[in-house]
Design a protein around this ligand. Structure first.
Ligand code: 2M8
Length: 439
């Protein structure tokens, strides 16, 4: 029973005020994971969804950045690399954190949490924090073209994407001083190579050593990150209205980033990343280039062209979205972010298609459910066989499936959100759902 099993995963990964992505591989709180997890939890335990987001924003830095990892002090340093000793940074709350960020999908998560159980007080509490998150990106990361840069592949969320192969070549690898922990849980041929890690470490060290201020040898404008930023502004406009704030500046910012993306990142039916250091477009077949479909103000001809590319190069109609086009030479169906399907990426594109092309959104929803039915809540799936890869009992795979089922139904049977909530919620006693949130 999918909803019940999904809730079981989320309950097992709950740490009192937030959810770990995976007990063994990722035993702390991750930024965009928490947003996706909140979207799923909102369907059966909205209090947990609010707690998940407020707990993450409890570790927001003074400059507004939301760190990509908030470390649990009870977890030993050696359980995850790079841990708190590597990052050497603390939020004003006292929590040890990383110093980089991830795609800002949190405003969307806060809004969906509110829709599941309207709570204007929650929105009023989180709105200024979401605004500060966006303001940090504008102040610290915006280029002359009006686009937001990422300074590390980890900031893209699609860490090992072939789109980063070229810009990473310019990075001098760090060949010593660290031990990978990920290979203790997942087979090496499903994870980045040692050479990739040497470069990840080198970039993160240089950024840390600049006091988390100066861009290093990796600086790119990523379509997924910029689309998330634009969707956040469009969503903040709705949140602002509930909070009695002015939606106008958010609407204008959403329109401006959409325009800048079309002008600088779009070419031949797909959005691409741009290398800020060389000024060149990184032409690749990454599914990140389809995620601008989420932008409400994307011009119709671009929407149609993206859909054409999705059908043609990503075989959208036949299955769940691969993270990299199967027709591209770099495609690898089992290696982390180099081809496998991920539930979060598929969910983002599904979200962008639901209203525009329900005929394409529906099979995508069915295939997400098929993947977890066949292989469990794995971290990623071979897009051709749906075989599971990476870690097991992965939180966002479980959470987003609850959202998909609540909206789309199961096996073609329309299932109301409330029904999923009832089925799933009955597994958990109210006292098990903590309300605890940081001050
Ligand atoms: C993966 O990234 C972390 C580093 O942040 C890792 O490999 O150790 C990515 O899939 C990222 O998108 C995700 O947020 C994180 C936790 O699920 O794991």
């Amino acid at each position: 029973m999918i909803p019940r099993d999904a809730v079981r995963v989320l309950v097992a990964n709950w740490d009192g005020s937030y959810t770990v992505p995976s007990r063994r591989l990722y035993p702390h709180q991750w930024s965009w994971d928490s947003a996706f997890i909140a979207i799923g939890n909102a369907r059966w335990a909205p209090r947990r969804a609010r707690s998940e987001l407020l707990s993450l924003f409890g570790a927001q830095w003074r400059d507004g950045r939301v760190p990509h990892i908030v470390f649990n002090p009870k977890v030993p340093e050696g359980a995850y690399f790079p841990g708190p000793e590597f990052w050497e940074s603390r939020a004003p709350s006292g929590s040890a954190t990383s110093g980089i960020v991830q795609p800002p999908v949190h405003a969307l998560a806060a809004w969906k949490t509110h829709l599941a159980e309207p709570d204007p007080a929650f929105l009023r509490r989180i709105y200024p924090k979401l605004v500060a998150q966006q303001a940090f990106l504008r102040a610290a990361r915006r280029s002359e073209e009006g686009l937001i840069s990422i300074l590390h592949p980890w900031e893209s969320g699609m860490d090992n994407s072939p789109a980063w192969d070229l810009p990473l070549k310019a990075v001098q690898p760090a060949t010593s001083g660290f031990v990978r922990r990920d290979l203790e849980t997942v087979s090496a041929d499903e994870r980045p190579t040692d050479r990739d890690y040497e470069r990840y470490v080198a970039i993160a060290r240089a950024y840390r050593d600049s006091g988390y201020r100066r861009p290093g040898a990796f600086q790119v404008e990523d379509p997924l990150f910029n689309a998330a930023y634009g969707v956040a502004e469009a969503t903040l406009a709705k949140i602002a209205e509930v909070c009695g704030a002015d939606p106008g500046p958010h609407e204008r910012e959403a329109a401006a980033i959409t325009e800048a993306m079309v002008e600088h990142l779009y070419e031949d039916g797909l959005f691409h990343a741009r290398d800020v250091l060389s000024g060149c477009l990184i032409r690749s077949s990454s599914a990140a280039g389809l995620t601008p479909l989420m932008l409400p103000g994307l011009p119709r001809e671009i929407v149609n062209a993206l859909i054409g590319t999705a059908l043609d190069r990503f075989a959208l109609k036949d299955g769940i979205l691969p993270s990299f086009s199967p027709s591209a030479p770099e495609f690898d169906p089992a290696r982390y972010w180099r081809g496998p399907s991920w539930i979060n990426l598929t969910w983002l594109v599904w979200h962008g298609l639901k209203e525009r092309r329900p005929d394409l959104a529906a099979p995508l929803a069915n295939e997400m459910v098929n993947a977890v039915t066949r292989s469990g809540f794995r971290e990623y799936f071979d897009p051709l066989t749906l075989r599971g890869h990476g870690c097991r009992d992965f939180s966002w795979s479980a959470a987003l499936i609850l959202d998909v089922i609540a909206e789309h139904g199961l096996d073609g049977l329309a299932t109301a959100g409330g029904e999923v909530g009832e089925q799933a919620g009955s597994l958990v006693e109210p006292h098990e759902v903590s309300d605890q949130v940081p001050a």
